[in-house]
Write a protein that binds this ligand. Structure first.
Ligand SMILES: Cc1cc2nc3c(=O)[nH]c(=O)nc-3n(C[C@H](O)[C@H](O)[C@H](O)COP(=O)(O)OP(=O)(O)OC[C@H]3O[C@@H](n4cnc5c(N)ncnc54)[C@H](O)[C@@H]3O)c2cc1C
Length: 366
C-alpha cells in the first residue's frame, strides 16, 4: 500500500502534534508554516486530556513536553482578599495517568513538539487556497497535492476560508483581552496554578520550568499593569517581568460548526473551533483533535471517510468545552462587587468541576 501523503498547514501546537503522530505511522507529512520561524508565546496549562493524546502515539511524545514543563498537582481559585474559593486536588490524575497539570510556555511547547515530531517544517510557506481534491496553493504560486490536507492554521485559518461558504466563519464572540508576562529571577517561586478574582477581573499565576512564573491579568489596555489593587505576590511578579516578556493579548471564540471539512480537507484546533482561554483548553483540544484525527487516518482505509468520522467524533466534545469556557467567562465578567462574594459562596467543588471536566482524557485515551 502506498504511504498516506498529508499536508499540514500551520506549525502550531496542533499541527506539530499531528505531524509527529502520523510520522510514527509512516505517513509522508509536509508541514507548511507562514512564519519564518516557530511562533513564540507565553504560558499555557497543559492538561491530562492532551498528555494522554500524545502518549497514545508513544511515551516519547509526552516526555518531550514534560522535559520543558513544570508539573503541578493542585489548582486554587481565590479572591484577592485571600479567601480560597476552591482548592482542587489533581493528584488523582497523577495516580491514574502519571501526569496532572503541566505549566509550559507556548514557545517551549512548540519547540518540544517540533523536535519530537521528526518532520522538518517548511517556513515562509503561506497557504492561500485549498481545493476539496487536496490541492494547496502557496502565496508564491507553488502548488502541492496530498491525499489529505489539514488546516491547523489557527483562528484566522486560510484553509477554513477556502473551504466554507462566505459568512460561515464570520460570527465570533467579543475579544477577551488581558496582559500577560513571564517573571524571571527575583520573582516569587510558584509551584502550582492559581486563579485570583480581583479588582479588574481575573489574574492567573502558573509556575513554569526554570524558576519562571507566568501570569495573566485582565486589566485596562492603556498601560502595562503594576499589580495595584492585587496581592503582594502579583505585584512582585509584575515587577520581576522584563518589558519584552510582558504583552497584551486577546482571544476570540466561535461556536463550533458541525461540518468543518469537505472532500480531502479538514481543520484542527483553533482553525476549527477557537475557544476562550478561561478553561485553559485551546491548545489541549488541538492536541486531542490531532490524536483522534491521526487514529482515524491510521485505522480507516479510506482517508476521506476518516476525516468525516473525525469531525463527527469531535463535535460534541469541543462544543461542550466551548460552552464551559463561555460560562466561566460570564461569571468572571460580573462586577467584582457581585462576583467576589458570589464565588466565595459557591459550594466547594462546583467551580473546580467546571474548570477541570474538560481536562479529563476522553475515553479512547484513558
Ligand atoms: C491569553 C491566552 C491564554 C491561553 N491559555 C491557554 C492555556 O492555558 N491552555 C491551553 O490549552 N490553551 C490556551 N490558550 C489557547 C491556545 O494558545 C490556542 O488554542 C492554541 O495555540 C491553538 O493551537 P493551534 O495549533 O490550533 O493554532 P496556533 O497556535 O494559532 O498555530 C497556527 C499556526 O499556523 C500558522 N499559520 C497561520 N496562517 C497560515 C497560513 N495561511 N499558512 C501557513 N501557516 C499559517 C501560524 O503562524 C501558526 O504557527 C490561550 C490563548 C490565549 C490567547
Amino acid at each position: 500500500m502506498s504511504r498516506l501523503r498529508v499536508i499540514v498547514a500551520g506549525a502550531g501546537i496542533g499541527g506539530l502534534a499531528l505531524a509527529g503522530m502520523l510520522r510514527r505511522h509512516d505517513a509522508e507529512v509536509t508541514i507548511l508554516e507562514r512564519a519564518d520561524d516557530l511562533r513564540t508565546g507565553l504560558g499555557l496549562t497543559f492538561w491530562p486530556n492532551a498528555a494522554m493524546s500524545l502518549r497514545s502515539f508513544g511515551e516519547d511524545m509526552l516526555d518531550a513536553v514534560r522535559t520543558v514543563a513544570q508539573p503541578f498537582d493542585r489548582a486554587r481559585m481565590k479572591t484577592v482578599a485571600g479567601h480560597t474559593v476552591t482548592n482542587i486536588d489533581l493528584s488523582r490524575w497523577l495516580t491514574r495517568y502519571g501526569v496532572a497539570g503541566l505549566g509550559v510556555t507556548h514557545s517551549d511547547l512548540v519547540g518540544a513538539l517540533s523536535d519530537v515530531s521528526g518532520v522538518p517544517v517548511r517556513f515562509s510557506a503561506e497557504v492561500v487556497s485549498v481545493t476539496e481534491e487536496g490541492q494547496v496553493t502557496l502565496a508564491d504560486g507553488e502548488t502541492l497535492n496530498a491525499d489529505v490536507v489539514i488546516g491547523a492554521d489557527g483562528v484566522g485559518s486560510a484553509v477554513r476560508k477556502a473551504m466554507l461558504p462566505p459568512g460561515k466563519a464570520a460570527p465570533r464572540g467579543p475579544a477577551m483581552a488581558g496582559w500577560q508576562g513571564v517573571a524571571l529571577d527575583g520573582g516569587p517561586k510558584f509551584p502550582g496554578f492559581d486563579v485570583v478574582f480581583g479588582p479588574t477581573g481575573v489574574c492567573g499565576i502558573l509556575g513554569l520550568a526554570g524558576e519562571r512564573t507566568y501570569w495573566f491579568m485582565q486589566a485596562p489596555a492603556d498601560a502595562p499593569p503594576d499589580g495595584d489593587g492585587w496581592s503582594d505576590t502579583v505585584k512582585e511578579l509584575v515587577r520581576a517581568t522584563p518589558g519584552d516578556l510582558m504583552w497584551r493579548d486577546s482571544a476570540r471564540d466561535r461556536a463550533p460548526d458541525r461540518n468543518w471539512g469537505r472532500g480531502r480537507v479538514t481543520l484542527l484546533g483553533d482553525a476549527a473551533h477557537p475557544i476562550l482561554p478561561t478553561v485553559g483548553q485551546g491548545a489541549c483540544l488541538a492536541v486531542e483533535d490531532a490524536g483522534v484525527l491521526a487514529h482515524r487516518l491510521v485505522s480507516l482505509g479510506d482517508p476521506v471517510a476518516a476525516l468525516r468520522r473525525y469531525e463527527a467524533d469531535r463535535f460534541e466534545r469541543v462544543t461542550k468545552t466551548y460552552k464551559r469556557a463561555r460560562r466561566l467567562r460570564q461569571m468572571q465578567q460580573l462586577m467584582p462587587a457581585v462576583r467576589n462574594p458570589m464565588v466565595s459562596t459557591v459550594p466547594d467543588g462546583l467551580l473546580g468541576r467546571m474548570f477541570t471536566e474538560s481536562a479529563e482524557p476522553i475515553a479512547e485515551f484513558r
